[in-house]
Ligand binder design. Structure first.
Ligand code: ATP
Length: 618
């Protein structure tokens, strides 16, 4: 069926065509028609000079946000931009009803939902790309399952995940009752929309793959499509661009723009301060140090806050030695390495040598095979064992089958979205425990002092003491005091360190430090906290500490900044550039944002790009 016939039969999902041509959403049978006459209906979000508290905190405790004055009107396009400590996400969580607003806004937080009254829980959706929530359980989730034969329970395909496995039988989701003609009409319209969105977001060729086989960026795009199909009235997307390759970003933004303009759904996006702000965004809510600054994009961009964040990137200095070329010892040698799933060839004849001391940026579009390549090097991929004939996979001067996987885990420090999702979140596991598992590359804390048992199970006392000292070292370099220092100094490190040294370091009132009453958690306090209770950004930092603590020969930093606040990123970048990794360690950074890599070409950075399965050193 041609596209125009499709639209005329089912009513258009107006968002997919320019909004100036068509502005009436939800016209197909059974869906809600909206009119926009009453003034309340034109106000989407209304927070008039209120404080925002965590539930359970009284009005005399310090609020998460003080004196918030935010009115979002129909027709405006808002982004929430946050620096540090996940405050952006806290503001978005406020819109989900996860915070207490005092006094409660007269007319409700969402005036547009008042006539006829609609349930905000049903009307507002939130998609976040933070790590696995703590509610997902404490067990280790085997993230390597996707590389091997797909298990029966993981067989559900992308298409089935959108519409249900028995959809073709036209049955209601959990019953045997056939769908009504009206339901079938809605389904058909939704499928058309789904096909259109899938095509625009590059998912069409993946619809019949098992969900577990999708790459990170492919999964993110699929989650956005699914959220849109659920027909919320307002969709909150937290960091939708993170993890998307450079070509997908404009496409996704243009889809979001047209959906928003057609109000099906309206969209608020959460961005990090360092993210580019899409042209179509007209208004910003800038969240910083317990304050929310709202206004037009131009007004907010003029404020000092955003400038400093951008300046920081330019001011860092490097300590990286000059390019080592062929001097260092080879830690990885790949020759003619291949990975395929049936007919699907993901990596074709890859040749790549990584030497000690080198810093690499591994590049490639979503689905180009970066994670697959790293999983060969970490030994997690079953095909790391089966490189035969002229294919050669050598790790730390041994052929892969000759080096036991537990040894590899101790020799490689890794941060990745897959590992972050998989890391067990047991109630009793502390930050110290998690960092301590980095020495042996395990997932279960153990050994005296929680610093592991060593490869042969007997850790000499001297090594144990070194490990303990080393945990304190990374806690100091990457923990809350380092973030506060990065926050305070905006570039002048020494002054800030001195200012901090004079402070009483104690923890008060959760994770959000308030402006004016600088409160910084001690390393000891942070080390004792339960990993599961940390914010996603804090968890990311702790997993970075885990990757670096043992000074492993090879470090993989895959989307290392995910979820981290601006201050954390600054502290971690500084540490990485200024001695956090030594000259005998090799580092591979995977990121779709060149500016996120802690080193530049001038510093001697090497680049390896995957495209259509082929790897090229640039
Ligand atoms: N079991 C499988 N069967 C078929 N294809 C698979 C399987 N596992 C992975 N793939 C495909 O392999 C390709 C490479 O995936 P990979 O996760 O390595 O990409 P990536 O470069 O890391 O992407 P991203 O930037 O989105 O993280 C993807 O197109 C994915 O769909």
């Amino acid at each position: 069926m041609s596209q125009s016939r499709f639209w005329s039969r089912h009513g258009r999902w107006n968002a997919l065509i320019p909004s100036s041509e068509y502005r009436r959403p939800w016209q197909h049978a059974g869906t809600l028609k909206r009119s926009y006459t009453s003034p309340a209906k034109n106000i989407l979000v209304h927070i008039p000079k209120c404080n925002i508290y965590r539930f359970g905190d009284s009005n005399i405790s310090p609020p998460v946000f003080r004196n918030v004055n935010w009115t979002m009107k129909e027709g405006e396009s808002w982004a929430v931009i946050g620096r540090g400590f996940n405050q952006k996400t806290a503001l978005l969580q406020t819109l989900r009803g996860h915070m207490r607003i005092a006094p409660p806004p007269p007319g409700g937080l969402f005036p547009f939902l008042s006539d006829p009254p609609r349930d905000a829980h049903a009307a507002i959706s939130f998609v976040s790309f933070a790590h696995r929530p703590s509610s997902a359980g404490s067990a280790f989730y085997d993230y390597t399952a996707r590389y091997g034969a797909v298990r029966e329970e993981d067989r559900i395909t992308l298409r089935e995940s959108m519409f249900g496995e028995y959809d073709f039988l036209n049955l209601r989701p959990k019953g045997q009752v056939s769908k009504t003609p009206e339901e079938l009409a809605i389904d058909e319209a939704k499928k058309g929309i789904f096909d259109e969105l899938s095509a625009r977001l590059g998912l069409s060729s993946l619809l019949d793959l098992p969900l577990v086989a999708l790459s990170n960026g492919q999964t993110r795009r699929a989650r956005i499509v699914k959220a849109i199909l659920a027909q919320p009235e307002l969709l909150l997307l937290d960091e939708p661009l993170t993890g998307l390759d450079i070509n997908s970003r404009p496409t996704l933004l243009s889809v979001l723009q047209s959906l928003h303009e057609a109000r099906c759904p309206r969209i608020i996006i959460g961005l990090r301060v360092q993210d580019p702000i899409p042209d179509w965004i007209s208004h910003l809510a800038l969240v910083s140090d317990g304050k929310v600054l709202t206004g037009t994009k131009d007004e907010i961009l003029e404020t000092q806050e955003l400038h400093t964040a951008h300046q920081d990137k330019a001011t860092a200095t490097t300590t990286l030695a000059k390019r080592t070329e062929d001097e260092g010892k080879a830690v990885v040698v790949l020759r003619n390495v291949n990975v395929s799933y049936g007919e699907r060839k993901v990596l074709k004849s890859i040749n790549w040598t990584i030497r000690e001391g080198q810093r690499w940026h591994l590049q490639g579009a979503n689905g180009s095979g970066k994670t697959t390549l790293l999983s060969l090097l970490t030994g997690d991929h079953p095909q790391s064992y089966t490189q035969r004939n002229d294919a050669h996979l050598e790790l730390f001067a041994h052929l892969r089958p000759r080096i036991p996987t537990p040894h590899l885990r101790a020799l490689i420090g890794i941060v990745s979205p897959e590992l972050a999702n998989a890391y067990p979140r047991r109630a009793q596991t502390t930050v110290w425990d998690v960092v301590g598992t980095g020495f042996d590359g395990t997932f279960v804390p153990g050994g005296k002092d929680g610093v592991g048992r060593g490869m042969d199970g007997s850790l000499p006392d001297a090594v144990r003491r070194w490990r303990v000292a080393r945990v304190w070292e990374v806690l100091a370099a990457l923990g809350p005091r380092a973030w506060a220092s990065a926050n305070a100094n905006e570039g002048e490190d020494e002054d800030a360190e001195q200012a901090l040294a004079g402070q009483t370091l104690e923890r008060k009132h959760g994770r959000w430090s308030q402006s004016g009453d600088a409160v910084v958690e001690t390393d000891e306090g942070f080390a004792r906290r339960a990993f599961v209770d940390l914010s996603p950004g804090e968890q990311s930092v702790v997993l970075l500490m885990r990757a670096l603590v043992g000074h492993p020969q090879l470090v993989f930093l895959d989307e290392v900044w995910a979820g981290m606040g601006d201050h954390m990123v600054r502290a971690a970048r500084r540490y990485l550039r200024e001695g956090g990794v030594r000259h005998d360690q090799a580092v591979v950074v995977v990121s779709h944002w060149e500016e996120e890599v802690p080193w530049t070409i001038q510093d001697g950075l090497y680049r390896f790009r995957l495209q259509d399965g082929i790897g090229t050193q640039l």
